[in-house]
Design a protein around this ligand. Structure first.
Ligand code: NDP
Ligand code: 2IT
Length: 444
């Protein structure tokens, strides 16, 4: 059996009931076959792949808090410190009822390669809890965040592990968590990113993931001789990533005709009205069904469906495994030419293979959504230097980073004989720096 198949088999046996983690590892390991074949003796001797798939450390903890009726609630919190070869652990905190250890491990594993691709000194980590901020009062969210941070604060620090936002964790949650960390530790340091602008946050961090997705997608199209202006786009999600992806796509002259949340989706043939979307999602924290009240020309559907619309480009920006084989078939049949993953692992493995087999340009999440964590790393730099860079400066650096990632993933794919396969390209480009560094640092 090949080294990769042996490691994959062991991952499944050692981590039962973690299908998302298996999926993320499988996608990466499959991409590495040529690189591993060329270095098999050394990698096997150093157990390089076995170390890569085993988190350095993981925490699971109780998060008790009191709701508005006086009832005690108990959630489960997690932080997985996956790989610190190239920098302090870095990655978001997901607050969603679906969170379990396997989900956090898949996200932490992806984060290793994503963070490597940014070219910045950040290791891979992820955390979160099975807490649902939806429908909770601000006081309940604060009570949860304070309890969560009371435990998490033992394990993190500005030079150790720096969490940030993800699904369900936005500016409000980061604010409450930062306040509690500062109070407990009596240290004012950049222990979280995505902070507010009045206490060490970076300009352009809010926009970074969505903007970065469009910078990379535009560059990927451009190296294939295609312009983004004039294209029709389907976006899923209506949260942080989706909102700023829609904004930048519109600025680039494309038309985004869909958005979604976990209850339904909208089709707006004239293009999504960003102000209406932000009013519903950022101000009112309401359901997307309200969109048609502000835009009577649009159509609201319950359930899934954004991938059934005829578009040139698909940008999944909601969650994992939201774009399945039948969706890929529908998109290809409708003439879709490119996919950019704003979310983490939104496309199932068979759907990804279908896109690649049908000549669709496919930008995998660990490259396409790296803009968020890249600007988080820029926030860390500003905090260390006690500096505040302008929006233009941060946005300019973000653009440079996303363009560089595009060319690096394209070059790695070509170098190993898979020109145009950016899944393989991104995985190899991300892996090489990690593998080299882990080898240099010895058996740790
Ligand atoms: P938000 O919480 O701001 O928004 C998430 C959006 O996705 C909401 O519209 C939400 O709908 C929808 N969604 C979430 N879970 C599900 C689900 N199970 N089924 C259907 N819809 C769902 O999160 P972000 O925009 O920050 O994150 C979106 C994706 O991007 C995630 O995969 C995240 O890991 C990834 N990402 C985020 C980065 C960041 O900087 N924020 C950076 C890189 C990647 P509803 O409100 O109804 O739940
Ligand atoms: O998935 C991700 O890259 C994020 N949620 C952002 C992580 C970060 O540290 O900014």
């Amino acid at each position: 059996m090949s080294y990769i198949d042996e490691v994959m088999e062991r991952v499944i046996v050692k981590n039962p009931a973690e299908p998302e983690f298996h999926q993320a590892v499988k996608e990466v390991l499959e991409s590495l076959r040529v690189v591993v074949a060329a270095n098999e003796e050394n990698f096997r001797r150093d157990a390089l792949l076995e170390r890569l798939v085993e988190p350095e450390r993981q925490f699971k903890f109780r998060v008790p808090w009191v709701d508005d009726s006086g009832q005690v609630q108990v959630n489960t919190g997690y932080r997985v410190q996956f790989n610190s070869a190239i920098g302090p652990y870095k990655g978001g905190l997901r607050l969603h009822p679906s969170v379990n250890l396997g989900i956090i491990k898949f996200l932490g594993f992806e984060q290793i390669f994503k963070n490597s691709l940014t070219g910045l000194p950040i290791g891979g980590g992820k955390g979160g809890a099975d807490f649902d901020p939806k429908g909770k009062s601000d006081r309940e969210v604060m009570a949860f965040c304070q309890s969560f941070m009371t435990e998490l604060s033992r394990y993190i620090g500005a030079d150790t592990d720096v969490p940030a936002g993800d699904i369900g964790t936005g500016a409000r949650e980061i604010g409450y968590m930062f306040g509690q960390y500062k109070r407990l530790k009596n240290v004012y340091e950049g222990v979280l990113t995505g902070k507010g602008l009045t206490y060490g946050g970076s300009l352009a961090r809010t926009e970074a993931t969505g903007y970065g997705l469009l910078y990379l997608t535009k560059e990927m199209l451009s190296i294939n001789g295609i312009e983004i202006a004039g294209k029709t786009i389907a976006v899923s999600g209506s949260g942080n990533v989706a909102t700023y992806a829609i904004q930048k796509a519109q600025e680039m002259g494309a038309k985004v005709v869909t958005a979604s949340d976990s209850t339904g989706w909208v089709y707006d043939s004239e293009g999504i009205d960003l102000l209406a979307l932000k009013e519903i999602k950022e101000v009112k924290r309401a359901r997307l069904s309200e969109y048609v009240n502000l835009r009577p020309n649009a159509v609201y559907h319950t359930g899934k469906g954004v991938w059934s619309v005829k578009v040139d480009i698909a940008l999944p920006c909601a969650t994992q495994n939201e774009l399945l084989l039948e969706d890929a078939k529908a998109l290809v049949a409708n003439g879709c030419i490119a996919v950019g993953e704003g979310a983490n692992m939104p496309t199932s493995l068979d759907a990804t293979e279908y896109f690649l087999a049908h000549g669709v340009l496919f930008a995998p999440g660990k490259a396409a959504n790296a803009g968020g964590v890249a600007v988080s790393a820029l926030e860390m730099s500003q905090n260390s230097g006690r500096l505040n860079w302008s929006f233009e400066e941060v946005d300019g650096k973000l653009k440079e980073i996303m363009v560089a990632i595009t060319h690096n993933m394209a070059a790695a794919a070509e170098k190993y004989g898979f020109a145009g396969n950016y899944v393989i390209g991104a995985n190899i480009a991300g892996f090489e720096k990690i593998a080299t560094t882990m080898t240099i640092q010895g058996v740790v």
